[in-house]
Design a protein around this ligand. Structure first.
Ligand code: PLP
Length: 345
């Protein structure tokens, strides 16, 4: 089934074979890749060498942490790379379509535009839930990729697992569930479903709860068929060695990550109750993520007031269903306090 969905040129692709992929045996002198034999002083050891092209070490470690097989793990230059790569693999430019549930993450639309895939929209309802009937109607146009952001950015809510299951089962294409915020959320990841559904891709990232936004390490989990294609199509050295090493160090500290995530969730609950008591706040939407979507009487005014105090939030008021809304990331206790004082002022 997966093979049929691929673009013809991708199905027949002969991947780039790196110098190091081809060598088997014991080597101590590397004169195969036109690298510099030494690194400049005060730089990390080995920085003069190309990293492992298939990211074996980090893939093994991610597989261990997530309880999947390394053959089910793709590592990208941020999960945004995975979004773009999936479109390059499956969407024939000027022909194929993707389906999204607005308001949602903007990169699906940007990558679709770059890859010349057209976009089918199935709007979320007033409470930002997926309308399954509408999905079924739109799904008749046979999108190659359907993107479900869960928890959703910018609305912060999660979809119920049964709806997601129905979408996966009814889709004739690939369903991509973007779990960038899953670590903040009481709902469990659906990562284990990749063993059951060959058309499911789950995206995660080290950019949010793991605190590695600058390292650019994104993750995709799927059947070995899909992961195999992604790894053949990606650039050979898509994640740098410093980022690989930093990711490995971070993954050793999952207890600390969980502890900090809990603190952020506490900060969020406090921020939610404080905002709810303010007269200029109309609504704080329920959040399963590390940010809040907040409806103000006058969003522009609130935005400007915060900005003039050096506090940057995201104005989402032009997004469908988000009129009057700002998206506020949950920061430290001190940051939350400053934000609240500024709004109260
Ligand atoms: C932040 C975010 C990401 C993360 O992107 P990276 O490229 O991994 O940094 C992915 N999806 C959504 C919905 C996000 O909000």
């Amino acid at each position: 089934m997966i093979s049929k969905l691929l673009r013809d040129n991708i199905r027949n692709l002969k991947p780039y074979s790196s110098a190091r992929d081809e060598f088997e045996g014991n080597a101590s002198i590397w004169l195969d890749a036109n690298e510099c034999p030494t690194a400049l002083p005060n730089l990390p050891e080995g920085i003069n060498r190309y990293p492992a092209s298939q990211l074996q070490g980090l893939r093994d470690e991610i597989a261990r942490v997530k309880g999947v097989n390394a053959s089910q793990v793709f590592i990208g230059n941020g999960s945004d790379e995975a979004v773009d790569l999936l479109m390059r693999c499956f969407c024939q430019p000027a022909t194929d379509k993707i389906l999204v549930f607005p308001p949602t993450y903007g990169m699906y639309g940007v990558c679709a535009a770059v890859n010349d895939a057209s976009i089918i929209e199935s709007m979320l309802d007033n409470e930002f839930n997926i309308n399954l009937k509408d999905f079924e109607n739109k799904n008749a146009q046979r999108p190659k990729l359907t993107f479900i952001c869960n928890p959703n950015n910018p609305t912060a809510n999660t979809q119920n697992a049964e709806s997601i299951r129905q979408i996966i089962e009814k889709s004739t294409g690939i369903v991509v569930v973007d779990e960038a915020y899953i670590d903040f959320c009481a709902e469990k990841s659906i990562i284990s479903w990749i063993n059951q559904y060959p058309n499911l891709v789950v995206l995660q990232t080290l950019s949010k709860a793991w605190g590695l936004a600058a390292a650019r390490v994104g993750l995709a989990f799927a059947s070995p068929q899909i992961i195999g294609v992604m790894n053949r199509v990606k650039f050979p050295y898509n994640v740098g060695k410093p980022s690989i090493d930093i990711a490995l160090k971070a993954l050793q500290q999952s207890d600390e990550m969980v502890k900090r995530t809990k603190e952020l969730v506490n900060n969020k609950n406090w921020l939610t109750s404080e905002l709810n008591s303010l007269p200029m706040v109309q609504r704080v939407y329920p959040s399963d993520a590390n940010f809040l979507l907040v409806k103000f009487d006058n969003a522009r005014q609130a935005y400007s007031k915060l900005a003039s105090n050096g506090i940057v939030v995201r104005d989402r008021s032009t997004q469908p269903g988000c009129e009057g809304c700002l998206r506020i990331t949950v920061g430290t206790k001190e940051e939350v306090e400053k934000l609240l004082n500024c709004i109260k002022d």
